[in-house]
Design a protein around this ligand. Structure first.
Ligand code: AMP
Length: 415
């Protein structure tokens, strides 16, 4: 019986993996330049962490979270996002005593969404979290890091920036927004109607065409920011200008949770179609406290690796395969044993090589050498074993030259 993979959960095959390696290795290199260090937290946490850390009013927790009872003992969840777990670890290990910290993570996340292009049930995120600094230049630096990262991967993404205010200016605005949306209920989609009471800011996020006129005309928090939030936003913009990072202020960009304050940002790409966001971030100055830590400001983002992989592929960024330098073609059992030994020797010297332990027809082995992209072939049989001499064949130029088996590694290094 054939058992298929789980719906919305994908395999990344060897032919594509180099793009994933590149995404991750460039992230590690770039993030290190900005002082971010990697943290690894479990894929499973107490369900309650996300209820509090992401918010019960959100779809992510409310509708999409994979929750299970662990043998009747406790309610656990597959993490739907990375921030809550990272903040938990930050608090649990008392990392705040060391002062400001910049951490990043890479890993799978799980949301039971309706699968479509760019939206999966298991997906992967790379994310950064910076703790302990409330000043706006940190926001600008983190956004610039992400722009820098995309730049190094040759990805063009548009940066949208907004402020979602804070506890001083947001409550009065929310009351006005709710009143406005309630008055225009009939013109809004069912999802919007559902969110007016629960999470009115999120209504502004709706992409349904028929809702746009109402939402575009809605009161804007950007016009109602308090002095502190206004100055913060101005400073983030000044920082981005100083760093040469282009942005567009989008008054409808939101993060729909209470502990998100001030800076909200998103990178989108035309290459993605309807799920155009490749990364999203924001400041969450009250989250550490909400999860039981000391008051500690924070700001973070997460980028979706599947979406970034789609952009890289669309850009024609080739997935590269490390092809063997040498493929040993064996003529007989003696040659096969010698090939096994010589391959081990080359691998110790850091030279990729391969052979087919089934042996068989030499012509088929040469074909296989070409299929795996080997640069050279060396034929080994009893004769070569006895003389210690073989022929090194360049599979591209078809040239052959004699080589002493003992000198194979150096011959390959200095062709
Ligand atoms: P979020 O955690 O919802 O702010 O999402 C941050 C980024 O993760 C998005 O910009 C997407 O690139 C990616 N992402 C979120 N949800 C999914 C999903 N279901 N499938 C694939 N990528 C996702």
């Amino acid at each position: 019986m054939k058992i298929p993979g789980v719906k919305g959960m994908n395999d990344v095959l060897p032919a594509d993996i180099s793009r994933w390696h590149e995404m991750e290795s460039v992230a590690r290199d770039v993030f290190a330049l900005y002082g971010y260090r990697e943290v690894r937290t479990p894929a499973v946490e107490h369900a309650q962490l996300f209820a509090r850390g992401v918010g019960e009013a959100t779809d992510i927790v409310n509708k999409e979270m994979y929750v299970f009872e662990d043998k009747g003992e406790e309610l656990l969840a597959l993490r739907p996002e990375g921030t809550a777990g990272v903040v938990r670890a930050f608090i649990e290990h008392g990392a705040y005593v060391e002062g400001p910290q910049k951490w990043f993570y890479v890993g799978p996340m799980f949301r039971r969404e309706r699968p479509q292009k760019g939206r999966y049930r298991q997906f992967h995120q790379i994310g950064c979290e910076a703790f302990g600094i409330a000043e706006p230049f940190l926001d600008a630096e983190q956004i610039a890091l992400l722009a820098d990262y995309f730049g190094r991967l040759g990805v063009r993404a548009e940066l949208k920036l907004n402020s979602v205010g804070d506890q001083n200016c947001r409550p009065a605005y929310l009351a006005d927004l709710k009143a406005y949306l309630t008055g225009r209920k009939a013109e809004l989609c069912p999802d919007c109607n559902d969110r007016i009471e629960r999470n009115p800011l999120r209504v502004l996020d709706c992409k349904v065409e028929s809702c746009q006129p109402v939402l575009n005309a809605a009161p804007r928090l950007l016009d109602r920011l308090c002095e502190g939030c206004r100055t913060h936003l101005d400073q983030v913009k000044a920082g981005l200008d100083a760093l040469g990072v282009a942005y567009r202020v989008d008054p409808r960009l939101v993060r729909g949770l209470d502990y998100y304050v001030r800076t909200a940002y998103e990178f989108t790409s035309d290459a993605l179609g309807s799920q155009s966001a490749v990364a999203g971030g924001g400041r969450y100055d009250r989250l550490v406290e909400t999860l039981g830590g000391p008051p500690t400001p924070g700001i973070g983002f997460a980028l979706g690796q599947e979406r970034l992989a789609m952009i890289l592929e669309k850009n024609g960024r080739a997935a590269t395969v490390r092809a063997p330098e040498v493929f040993f073609v064996t003529a007989d059992a003696e040659g096969a044993l010698e090939a096994l030994r010589r391959a081990a020797e080359l691998r110790q010297a850091g030279i990729a090589c391969d052979l087919d332990p089934r042996g068989g027809k030499m012509r088929a082995q040469f074909k296989q050498a070409e299929r795996v992209g080997a640069r050279h072939a060396v034929v080994l049989g009893g004769n070569e074993v006895r003389t210690g001499q073989a022929k090194l064949k360049d599979l591209q130029t078809r040239e052959e030259k004699p080589v002493a088996l003992a000198e194979l590694a150096s011959a390959l290094r200095r062709p």
